[in-house]
Write a protein of this length. Structure first.
Length: 496
């Protein structure tokens, strides 16, 4: 029976992950979360509670992170089977967060109601820690399931995506106590408050007149590595048509230019010749760092903005790099063990200075995030120089079938949190234009070739989350803690 309960916890964790895209089975997430809280309340020791939380986390993260395995099939330095070992290893490590939440909730709570509230607050805390410790891996906050219900997802503007995760557990806690009706009052009040904010909010402003074109050539990772010249020609053909259709800005994905723009004048001149007067071509490529002798000593994963005169109007260098992807941690130790970077090449990438706003001629101020930088709440813009929109470029060809829609979903969460439109370009999808409330204005599906055309949406005034960041999430968490303490003292509150 003991081992059976642990297996059940793992199965509930996997079921809870079915609420993420592309499955979007959010009712199953709520049912699984409720089942887990019921199981946790029946733990007889803190060690048992910790075990329930860990196994729940393993099941949850193995399904949530399964796309990592695909990345290992595109390199030759390590066996592809190592990809699934990496999935399980990362899941086992990340599962420590729900394990600690479960142990803390079991120790601090005295009833199912109080333990559910403590668990909601502690899950939020550990989800925040997951985005910072060990370089951070904030992929798939549980609150992402609410994107299927936009009125609820809109609460991210107030409490962030992590606050939405807490809401999942508040509702699950009420469901775990059915058929009692009193526990339903708390989620009902929270949902009523969310509904009030939706009803009272101002309408979106009219979009700008800036015509965008996002190039999605559907070049998979294997094809990308095989023939850079053919890839370049493919981007050129699609871009010529986009500019001919009247686009002011044409955007290519991360790493689309496989030549060094700053060191290859012929490529730079040719690209400039494609751009009409007043137009801009933006694309991902490498910037090479050299020492005083001219020797290449490092690289940066960058976005470039180029005008019709061949002038580089601006460059953004990715700041949040992927361990084992863009650099090999502890290289002197790891290399003898046969470990290597997943991304081809011998130069490690160097990190940039962090979020900053680019001011380009004829365009609203622009923030930039490259690849998985966009998954980190409260870390995507320069708050001292607030942009009017966010551009995120990525190479989701690494990410299997589940990764790209999950990555796109997290870009939508950042739009809601910051009150900014997000424009997203990837080689294989999902590329799209997202308005300042997280609505999808235009998009191309995964594994589809084409061009996403549209106008740049307008921003909203800075949201409470944009102004205060995780402080709003903290206040929500403290509210849940206060209610848990009240319940533990058995006062006649609506949560008992």
């Amino acid at each position: 029976m003991k081992s059976g309960a642990l297996v059940l916890a793992a199965m509930l964790g996997a079921l809870a992950a079915s609420g993420f895209t592309p499955y979007a089975l959010w009712p199953l997430t709520l049912a699984a979360a409720a089942g887990f809280l019921w199981l946790l309340d029946r733990a007889v020791t803190g060690r048992r509670a910790f075990g329930f939380g860990w196994w729940f986390g393993v099941g949850h993260f193995v399904l949530s992170f399964n796309w990592i395995a695909t990345a290992f099939t595109y390199q030759a330095a390590m066996p592809p089977a190592l990809g699934w070992l990496a999935v399980v290893g990362v899941a086992a490590l990340m599962a420590l967060y729900p394990a600690l939440s479960a142990w803390g909730a079991w120790r601090l709570g005295r009833t199912l109601a109080s333990r559910a509230l403590w668990f909601a607050a502690l899950w939020m805390l550990t989800e925040w820690l997951r985005g910072y410790l060990l370089s951070g891996f904030a992929w798939n906050p549980l609150g992402a399931i609410w994107l299927a219900l936009p009125p609820i997802a809109s609460a991210a503007a107030y409490v962030g995506a992590i606050g939405l995760s807490g809401l999942v557990w508040v509702i699950a806690g009420a469901l775990a106590q059915l058929p009692r009706w009193r526990p339903l009052l708390l989620p009902a009040l929270l949902l009523a408050a969310i509904a009030a904010t939706v009803f009272l909010r101002a309408p979106l402003a009219a979009p700008t007149a800036i015509h965008l074109a996002l190039i999605q050539p559907n070049i998979g990772q294997g094809r990308r590595d095989a023939d850079p010249n053919a890839n370049f020609a493919h981007y050129i053909a699609l871009s010529k048509q986009a500019f001919a259709d009247g686009a002011k800005i044409v955007i290519w994905p991360e790493g689309a230019l496989q030549f060094t723009l700053e060191e290859d004048q012929s490529v730079r001149d040719y690209l400039a010749s494609l751009i009409p007067p007043g137009g801009t071509l933006m694309f991902g490529g490498d910037h090479i760092e050299r020492d005083a002798t001219g020797e290449a000593v490092g690289a940066r994963n960058s976005l470039f903005a180029l005008d019709a005169q061949g002038v580089i109007l601006g460059r953004y260098d990715k700041a949040h790099l992927v361990p084992l992807g863009e650099y090999l941690p502890f290289r002197p130790l790891m290399t003898p063990l046969g470990l290597a970077r997943i991304v081809p090449g011998t130069l490690d990438f160097w990190d940039g200075p962090g979020p900053r706003t680019l001011h380009l001629p004829g365009l609203p101020p622009m923030g930039v995030q490259i690849c998985y930088e966009i998954i980190f709440p409260a870390q995507v813009i320069d708050a001292a120089d607030r942009p009017a929109w966010l551009l995120t470029i990525s190479n989701d060809a690494w990410f299997g079938a589940d990764g790209p829609p999950q990555h796109f979903a997290q870009a939508r969460l950042r739009a809601i949190e910051e009150g900014l439109p997000v424009v997203r370009a990837t080689p294989t999808g999902i590329s799209g234009i997202i308005d300042a409330r997280g609505g999808v204005v235009a998009a191309l599906p995964h594994l589809t070739e084409g061009v996403v055309e549209g106008v740049l949406p307008a921003p909203l005034p800075a949201t409470p989350f944009a102004r205060l960041g995780h402080l709003t999430t903290l206040l929500f968490g403290l509210l849940l803690v206060a209610l848990a303490i009240i319940d533990a003292r058995r006062k006649p509150m609506f949560i008992i």
